[in-house]
Design a protein around this ligand. Structure first.
Ligand code: NAD
Length: 453
């Protein structure tokens, strides 16, 4: 659903508006399918194809239970039975010539994909392949997936999942990723590459409440993206500790009360922030399972006019705090084994942004945090990943001048801004204990924004 503050989308989705927009060639943002309880994960069947090592285990994973209707022949073509998804196992592609398999599988179904349909290509992590030929061919999958994503219509998206060559035959480690991608929860995630390790998945009792019994801390939870992350983690069963600066006290209590969580007024840059959190979770719970470093600020100025206050506050909140908090929580044994760290980066940390040298540096640094800490935390059975939001409809982006705002909002494959829930769902996927084979990833939630592409 388009944001209530996106008047343009509402207008062109109305009958007369759509007619006018198509006549004059204006972008017509599709209505995106989003998660609703009891709604099927996909709007139609999943077509499964390919000739690699994953196709049979995939059939088992997807065919197990009633969540997906798996088909192997393209029964679509008639508009009545449009595909909800197409999943292709490309791990059998070991030379450039084999890439023809993609062409043969996808060409006939391009017009059979329905609204918000999902395309998922699975490959083998290129650097871990057995031969140069295979590495070349597997690397090629990225360009294919990113291009198909630009051709898809009506809210359909495409992703690439690289699976470790040593993933067990049951490949349970990939299930949480597939369930996220093959659902309405990934609606604003487009053209992303996710790497999944060899580990089997930790068992979750229920895919509806995968975080049951878990304790999660969300910083910057008083409003915006953080408040929605707190809500979604609570929906998935977690007890959420919502943290924000003391000045945001009232809004913070509101977030916490709404979800039956706890409010923890706290400036993440305070010297004793880590100590306070550790004390809280060790006294009231048996430690912390999930930490979401979401608190973030912007203090924009061209570098020529930048002052040290702006520079240091942005680096302090956005980069130093997430690193210090994780260090302290690990040192104080407050972050549990099997836990997850999820950081919030930004496409500005990938593409850079005029007037945001401080912010861009901090958000690229967050990606560095993920790279550097993934192997270290892996030894403790803890994952670390980041989401990099693009244009999300929040108070922050509502304050951008209209013309710039319109450009930011439309310059992506889905021609609209994302909702805070789109970022939150991606955080919840990383936080899922069954995502234990998923670490060191940065997933953009940007509708395949042209920025930094
Ligand atoms: P927001 O300003 O609406 O919310 C940020 C929250 O963080 C506020 O409640 C604020 O009080 C809190 N906060 C700030 N400094 C803090 C501190 N020192 N200690 C504790 N809490 C603190 O922003 P948002 O749009 O919801 O952004 C959330 C995150 O997403 C940020 O890290 C932001 O950089 C990132 N992001 C947002 C967008 C977007 O389009 N809105 C895009 C990319 C990245």
């Amino acid at each position: 659903m388009a944001g209530s503050n996106d008047l343009y989308s509402s207008l062109v989705n109305s009958g007369p508006g759509a007619f006018l927009a198509s006549k004059v060639g204006l972008p017509q943002p599709p209505k995106l399918r989003r998660y609703a309880p009891a709604q099927p994960a996909l709007a139609g069947p999943v077509l499964l194809g390919g000739f690699g090592r994953l196709v049979e285990p995939l059939r088992e994973i997807l065919g197990n239970g009633d969540d997906y209707d798996v088909v192997t022949n393209n029964t679509a073509g008639r508009s009545a039975d449009k595909l909800g998804a197409a999943v292709f196992d490309a791990t059998g592609i070991s030379s450039a010539a084999d890439l023809e398999q993609l062409f043969e599988f996808f060409t006939p179904i391009m017009r059979s994909l329905g609204n918000s349909a999902r395309v998922v290509v699975l490959g083998t992590t290129p650097e871990l392949t057995k031969s140069p030929d295979e590495q070349v061919a597997q690397r090629a999958l990225e360009g294919f997936t990113r291009s198909i994503a630009k051709e898809l219509r009506d809210g359909a998206t495409a992703q690439l999942v690289y699976v470790h060559p040593k993933a067990k035959t049951g490949i349970s480690g990939v299930e949480s990723t597939l369930r996220f991608l093959l659902s309405a929860k990934s609606t604003y995630v487009d053209a992303q590459v996710i790497r999944v390790g060899a580990e089997d998945a930790a068992t979750v009792e229920s895919w509806d409440k995968p975080l049951a019994g878990k304790v999660a801390l969300v910083t910057g939870a008083a409003r915006g993206i953080g408040a929605t992350i707190a809500e979604v983690l609570a929906r998935d069963g977690a007890h959420v500790i919502a943290a924000d600066i003391p000045a945001a006290g009232e809004a913070l209590s509101e977030t916490a009360n709404k979800i039956g969580g706890t409010a923890l007024p706290l400036d993440v840059t305070a010297d004793d922030a880590g100590e306070k959190i550790a004390e809280h979770v060790l006294q009231r719970h048996s430690g912390l399972d999930i930490i979401v470093n979401n608190a973030g600020i912007t203090r924009d100025k061209l570098l020529a006019n930048m002052d040290s206050g702006r520079w240091n506050s942005v680096i302090g909140v956005n980069l130093i705090a997430p690193q210090t908090l994780v260090n302290e929580l690990v040192e104080r044994k407050a972050l549990n084994e099997g836990g997850a760290v999820v950081d919030v980066s930004s496409i500005a940390g990938i593409a850079g942004n005029r007037g945001q040298t401080n912010y861009g540096a901090s958000k690229a640094g967050v990606i560095g945090l993920v790279d550097a800490y993934a192997p270290v935390l892996a030894k403790k059975g803890i994952t670390i990943n980041a989401v990099a939001p693009g244009f999300i409809e929040t108070a922050m982006t509502a304050a951008i001048p209209l013309a710039t705002r319109e450009v930011g909002r439309r310059m992506n494959s889905l021609q609209q801004g994302g909702q805070t829930v789109d970022v939150a769902e991606t955080v919840a996927y990383f936080a899922n204990p069954a995502s234990n084979a998923v670490t060191g990833n940065v997933v953009r939630v940007c509708g395949q924004s042209l920025l930094g592409a």
